[in-house]
Design a binder for this molecule. Structure first.
Ligand SMILES: Cc1ncc(COP(=O)(O)O)c(C=O)c1O
Length: 264
């Protein structure tokens, strides 16, 4: 419940999963099927969770379900605890990994379950940045805009979740700050990377880093407006490698063909 509605998964109003009572019925039904071997239980309560307590609550409920199952002869060996641990985008203070680990170990201390974890964002979220170039500046009187060459097709999170990504010039050229919307070149008013943001002033042509773009960045990117997907570059100390090539226009039409009935 403390996460953004679009990335919560464990509520009754979400499409995901089944409640504990239905799960129990599901296991009973699976037990009667000769080609099904029951080995585990899976849980994913949401994403960008910045407290440990929701994990503890979920584990408590799972441990109780597992013991119910044991009573009816269903032995659970694997417990998959989904993803969900949050990262710092702005002023969040997510738990340290050892606090998270401690909470899990503590909750499972009376079991001999084999634990599976699926953290995604916490591994890669803050490892990636999106580099974009300031193209043009515009003022409408009511607002200032810095138009950059990356858009919602490259990083959808601000548009989709109103998500915050820190923005900083790659090379800070002065001490001036400006309050502006950082917007992309796409034909949507929702095409923004930051809104009403106080940022170090940049000149046309300056490079800007959009932080914390390593999770749900490239993976959510699209070719909307016939925009080409960006290159992904891995950097280690003073070395780099292009791990994903920048797309070319041939990539946009690959696999397309005209139907013969249009040629008649
Ligand atoms: C089943 C499952 N596991 C793991 C993850 C990764 O979650 P996160 O990005 O919160 O680490 C997701 C993301 O939604 C998921 O659906």
């Amino acid at each position: 419940p403390q996460t953004h509605p679009y990335i919560s998964t464990g509520l009754k109003k979400n499409k995901f999963g089944i409640d504990t009572k239905t799960a129990l019925e599901g296991y009973k039904s699976a037990k009667s099927l000769k080609n099904i071997k029951i080995i585990g239980i899976d849980c994913h309560i949401g994403s960008q969770i910045t407290q440990v307590q929701p994990f503890k609550d979920a584990l408590k409920s799972l441990v109780s379900l597992i013991s119910e199952l044991k009573k009816i002869g269903i032995q659970i060996k694997y417990l998959d605890m989904g993803g969900g641990l949050g990262i710092k985008y702005d002023d969040e203070s997510p738990p340290q990994l050892n606090e998270y680990a401690k909470a899990i170990v503590e909750s499972l201390k009376d079991t001999d379950l084999q634990l599976i974890l699926e953290p995604g964002r916490v591994i890669v979220g803050n490892a990636g940045i999106l580099i974009t170039r300031a193209l043009f500046r515009k003022s409408t009187g009511a607002k200032k805009f810095i138009i950059v060459d990356a858009g919602m097709n490259d990083l959808l999170r601000p548009t989709l979740y109103d998500a915050f990504h820190a923005i900083w010039p790659v090379v800070k050229s002065g001490d001036e700050f400006v309050k502006a919307d950082i917007v992309g070149p796409i034909c949507e008013s929702s095409d923004f990377l930051a809104a009403d943001r106080q940022v170090p002033d940049v000149k046309n042509g300056d490079l800007i880093a959009v932080m914390s773009a390593g999770a749900y960045g490239f993976a959510m990117s699209s070719n909307y407006c016939s925009r080409l997907r960006v290159a992904e570059v891995m950097v280690k100390d003073d070395r780099f490698h292009v791990v994903t090539q920048r797309q070319g226009y041939e990539d946009l039409v690959r696999g397309e063909s005209a139907p013969s009935f249009l040629k008649d």
